[in-house]
Structures are given as C-alpha cells and as structure tokens.
Design a protein. Sequence first.
Length: 169
Amino acid sequence: MSYKLIQKHRKSGVLIDTNLLLLLLIGTVDEDLISKFDRTRKRGFSSQDFRLLEKLIAFFANNVVTTPNVLTEASNLSRKLYGAQREKYFERFNACIQLFSEKYHPSKHCADHPDFGRLGLTDISILRIAEKEILVLTDDFELARKLEAGKVDVLNFNNVRAIDWSPTI
C-alpha cells in the first residue's frame, strides 16, 4: 500500500507531521543527536529512521507541504538545543521553510471540528488540509487513525520503519 500512496501523491505532495519534521531537522544537524534530543529519543527514532525518512521525502522532490502549526511546534520543541547545534538547526529549519509549500487552514474553522479537543489544533489543521488530496506522513497513531477513517490518504511512518523498506519507485 505504501508504494501506491507514494506514486499517487508524488505530484500532489506529502505533508510531514511535527515529529517527523523534527527527526529530519535533527538528523541533518547531527545523526548522533537523534538518540539524545528529548523528543526524537522519546519517539524511539534512530539514525536509520532518519535515513529512511530522507529517502521517502526525496520521492516527493520539492513537493513537501507543511502548515504554520507544524512549523510552530517544530520551532518550539527545538528550543532545548543550545549553541552551535541550535544555530545549525535553525539554519536547516530556515532552508526547509523556504522549500516547503505552506498551506493554511484558519484556526477558527479547525476549532469547530468535533475532534478538536481530542486531537488539537495542529492535527486538525493537518486533517483539513489533507482533505484536499495530499498524502500525510505521520507517526501519530491517533491522527493516522482519524485520517484513515475519513478516507484521507496517510502513511504511518511506524508501519514503514517496521518493515525492511527499500523504495524503488
């Protein structure tokens, strides 16, 4: 199923959730930092996951989508970095922001969603934007489940990393 979703959305794009954006950025700063940085360590991410994520994102070329909510969360969660690591992180973050296509859904419309209290603003904004035929790449089980229930294409990174996945698309 993963290959079909990637092929289907190669041109429409992929929306990366916060934890995976953090993994991508932390990994580009220093792969050893993945196991030390609080958020990526708690999610159980490894250097192997980082390299897999890089390969996966490469299939979408420069068609990576994000939201202001995801970017804000990634920025806030990275405040625990200091010194040269923090400087390098924000240089990479800036480069990604320049390359990504930023999609927006008004917060007041997200707050009206029945699952707002359970999923939160960022996930509801992802859900709303993904309804417009964009593949969502996440490691968040609750979000993935909600997207699948709504017939929105989603790729749960935990499922991809659990198999020996060597993309040849």
